[in-house]
Design a protein around this ligand. Structure first.
Ligand code: DAT
Length: 194
């Protein structure tokens, strides 16, 4: 790929199920006109999986098929990717990686009202307690593009959407950032020898 020649950034929103990824992404896409890619939905719609995992009660994602499906869209830019995992996407796809985090008791209520019980509930609560997704993000992406955001309340939700909307509006494509550094360098050189 054109070492990030895209004109609009790509944002990944990750976090334990129930932390508010889909709600945040959908509001952010309403505000920015970006494309919301809900990986779980895409996997179901396009059969990008290797069957059903009865133990974890979810599809077994075929990561290669998902990456192939997304490659052209990601190259174009302007995407908000919504997924509860982040380690199998190519690092070069993302300009910002957001990890949503929710207080355990609030998350417990959200997941039980979604019908999660027993092992599935326990697994997800433990995933949040151990900050599994934050750790996965740190293992997979550069420090300076990762941001952890609290997502306990409606106030958090609207602040997070505004923060990300602002970040998207202020984003400068790498090629333009490089050429403005280039111009600055030329001016510095000219002043030095004037
Ligand atoms: P996820 O996509 O991470 O699984 P979701 O967006 O479906 O989560 O949200 C789960 C539920 O919690 C849904 O009913 C909306 C609600 N919710 C999400 N973020 C919230 C927030 N910051 N404050 C209050 N409710 C929130």
């Amino acid at each position: 790929m054109s070492e990030n020649g895209r004109k609009r950034p790509n944002v990944l929103v990750t976090g334990t199920p129930g932390t508010g990824k889909t709600t945040t992404c959908s509001l952010l896409c309403d505000a920015t006109g970006f494309r919301h890619i809900n990986v779980g939905e895409l996997v179901k719609q396009k059969n990008l999986h290797d069957g059903w995992d009865a133990e974890f009660e979810c599809h077994i994602i075929n990561e290669d098929l998902v990456c192939d499906e997304l490659e052209d869209m990601m190259e174009e830019g302007g995407n908000v990717v919504d997924h509860h995992g982040c380690d199998f996407f190519p690092e070069r796809w993302f300009d910002r990686v957001v990890v949503l985090q929710t207080d355990n008791s609030i998350l417990y209520d959200r997941l039980t009202s979604r019908g999660y019980m027993d092992q599935k509930l326990k697994n997800n609560i433990e995933c949040e307690i151990f900050q599994t997704l934050l750790e996965e993000a740190h293992e997979s992406y550069a420090e300076d593009i990762i941001v952890a955001l609290k997502s306990d309340s409606v106030e958090d939700l609207s602040r997070n959407v505004s923060t990300l909307d602002e970040w998207i509006k202020n984003w400068v494509p790498r090629s333009r950032a490089r050429s403005s550094i280039g111009l600055g360098g030329i001016f510095q050189f000219a002043f030095k020898f004037y």
